[in-house]
Design a protein around this ligand. Sequence first.
Ligand code: BTN
Length: 328
Amino acid sequence: MDSPHLRLLDALRENRSRWLPARELALRVDVPLAELKASLHHLTSNGYRIEAHPQLGYRLLGEPERLVAIGLRPDRPTAGIPSRVIIEETVESTMDVAWALAARGDPHGTTVFAEAQTHGRGRLGRTWAGGKGKSLMFSLVVRPAGDGDAGHLLVTIAAVAAAGTLRRVSSVPAQIKWPNDIVVHGKKLGGVLLEHKPATSPDTWVLGIGLNVNQVPADFPPELAPHATSVMIETGSAASRELLGRELLAELGIWYSTFERKDLQLIESAWTKLSSTLGKRVMIEERGQNYTGRVVGLSPLEGLLVQLAPGGLRSFRSEQLSLQVLPD
Ligand code: BTN
């Protein structure tokens, strides 16, 4: 969506420290003066603080602390992502909200963010706790056209998009710990959850992403604190959740179109470059059995290729197993 509201917001952001005369702003946003007023009003009613001066013009003083839909929509959605952005205050899990919207027929790309979740969930029945107003937590309705490989590839493209966005926007050296963790220096910063209900909704998937953005160490439960991190912990300063969220949706759309084009090579090479697991000694637990070995390959379709310690190569797929990276 290349809306005048967004162009106005961009212009105000780029010139934070100086006043922008109304005429100059209208030219930059490419709207008549009367429409500029309406866009300014739209932004202020969404929580942006904009100072107006009869001679000097306008300047941006502050942005809403809450997420607002307009700030989360990329300029140009790709592959229908996002088709619509909804923001909830507190929900049990955005996964459930997205499933309910999908069940009533809402389209591919419908995206639900929440400021807080009371029953956020992760892979393998784990819980996901994201601090209120400090995380990015959202779920996306995805309807891939009859694609049996969607399960493996969607987790991969979501993890690649998340790690890539964190690197590009926040300069955080994010990596992917197979299959769905986003880690920085070995600590967990985020995760991806993909759900499918083949019996009732065979053509629909719900993709959830959670990222710790502005948490400080004391925000994590004591048992998690040594293993968890956030963008703010890594960079030392608060990050704009809105900017990260918008860029992540934009990147997800681009990777989704790569998935639609079936460019598996591109997906695999991006994934491999971002992997923290490739080459590592690992212990894998699968249905109560433990395997140790070294990861020698990664493939979105085949899974993890492991040279087992007792000898022999085996590939593991992610559905029901957990992985621990061992020291070399
Ligand atoms: C994991 O690390 O196992 C996946 C974590 C996924 C968390 C996100 S937060 C938004 C969405 N809603 C949920 O309940 N879970 C996902």
